[in-house]
Write a protein that binds this ligand. Structure first.
Ligand SMILES: [Zn+2]
Length: 87
């Protein structure tokens, strides 16, 4: 499997564990937060439920993650509600 396909599968799995339902990955670009360097190609998918983004950056700066975005950093809205109900 190509590295990018592997990363997309990994990102999809990570988002799924947080309750998201990602749509298809689309080719996009990311701008480094440091502001150094220009835009570079990346893949972005959006959760059908809460619109959280998951970004796969195939060539991140040193120390930066290849998979990032709300979709892997926070739980989906649906799961959130379930937790509050059972808490
Ligand atoms: Zn979601």
């Amino acid at each position: 499997m190509a590295k990018i396909e592997h990363l997309k599968a990994e990102a999809r799995e990570a988002a799924k564990l947080r309750g998201h339902r990602l749509g298809r990955f689309k080719e996009s670009v990311v701008t480094p937060e440091s502001g150094k360097g220009g835009e570079r190609p990346a893949w972005v998918a959006v959760c059908d439920i809460c619109a959280a983004l998951v970004v796969v950056d195939p060539a991140p700066a040193p120390g930066e993650p290849e998979i990032l975005g709300e979709g892997v950093n926070r739980d989906c809205r649906a799961i959130d509600q379930e937790w509050h109900e059972t808490a």
